[in-house]
Design a protein around this ligand. Structure first.
Ligand SMILES: [Zn+2]
Ligand SMILES: [Zn+2]
Length: 337
């Protein structure tokens, strides 16, 4: 089978290797679709703090189970699945409660363990989640990023009818916007620098959008109950939110912040009763909710897939992304059809 290995930063190659045999509690998945994540170019450039090389990328996965280990029900063969890309200890307190994102020994496939950029991929049967018959394999590959956004959206404790502002209209931002509506928000505004991304956010249901640099949030700023920072990085967005947030509002940072960060005007933060929430990944319960929400079309992906490539093109795709050669939204890799 084919496998794409990232030997070291910027050096990716395709190899031929044996099709893996599933261990006792594993299923083998014939991979069908892989989403390219915002974190993939970060790993490709060698900037991800937890990755050791060589590594196989690929954690937004859909496919069909084609073999099972001896402890797994044979009936699972043929099931269409999406994947929770987690390898967990199964013994810690978090694992006992199925809060796998808190597992002390958590490793994420496609970063700290090999991912699915290959024809066949084995993972614990529990992490291969059956998708509804009506769900496409395209959508199934996007369940993972949708769950990142949904888990983050829940952290904001939205109450019915509240007004939300999301900063960053990438895939996580637009999934977060739809998740906020699903959780009861009355109005969800989306802000970004990119007019095309904002147009997509409006098509997917945003109440209105703000083109940063051209429009100001002046008119809505006193109405916002919950802010979502879907950018992260050096904290410039979080800084602006802290400057803008009305008394009593909540702030969730979904985007990954780089290194250390200090909260400016901490006395104001305290006196204005602001709340700041962190979030990381998702739980199996989020997957289950998301399959329902996507099945009921409360969360949709229409217009999100901007590019499609075959598995062999992955090295070129990563090169294109780090050189920012082209505007992309969500890139899908088609592995086997
Ligand atoms: Zn991802
Ligand atoms: Zn654990």
């Amino acid at each position: 089978m084919r496998k794409i290995i990232l030997d070291e930063p910027f050096r990716m190659r395709r190899v031929e290797c044996e099709i893996p045999t599933p261990k006792k509690d594993e299923v083998r998945i014939a991979v069908k679709r892989l989403g390219i994540c915002g974190s993939d170019p970060t790993i490709y450039r060698g900037l991800h703090p937890y990755v050791t090389f060589p590594v196989v990328l690929g954690h937004e996965i859909s496919g069909v189970i084609d073999a099972v280990g001896e402890d797994v029900a044979k009936e699972r063969i043929g099931q269409r699945v999406t994947v929770i890309p987690h390898i967990v200890c199964g013994k810690c307190e978090a694992c006992k409660n199925k809060i796998y994102n808190f597992c002390e020994e958590l490793r994420c496939t496609g970063a700290e363990a090999d991912g699915a950029m290959c024809d066949y991929f084995c993972i614990s049967s529990e992490m291969a989640v059956q998708i509804p018959d009506t769900m496409t394999l395209d959508d199934a590959a996007l369940v993972e990023p949708a769950c990142v956004a949904y888990h983050g959206a829940k952290r904001g404790c939205i109450r019915k009818g509240e007004t939300v502002l999301i900063i960053g209209a990438g895939p996580i931002g637009v999934f977060c916007m739809q998740s906020c509506f699903a959780l009861g928000a009355g109005k969800v505004y989306v802000a970004d620098l990119d007019a095309d991304r904002l147009a997509l956010a409006r098509r997917l249901g945003a109440t209105d959008t703000v083109e940063v640099g051209k429009q100001s949030i002046k008119d809505i700023k006193d109405k916002i109950d919950v802010f979502y920072d879907c950018v992260g990085e050096k904290g410039q967005v979080l800084n602006n939110i802290l400057d803008t947030a009305k008394r009593g509002s909540r702030i969730v940072v979904i985007g990954v912040l780089q290194k250390e960060y200090t909260i400016p005007k901490l006395p104001d933060f305290v006196q204005h009763e602001l709340s700041l929430f962190g979030t990381t990944m998702y739980t199996p319960a989020d997957y289950s909710d998301m399959l329902t929400l996507m099945g009921e079309k409360k969360i949709v992906t229409d217009g999100m897939i901007s590019h499609r490539f075959g598995l062999e093109k992955v090295p070129e795709v990563l090169d294109m992304l780090v050189k920012k050669k082209e505007k992309t939204f969500k890139i899908l890799i088609e592995v086997n059809d």
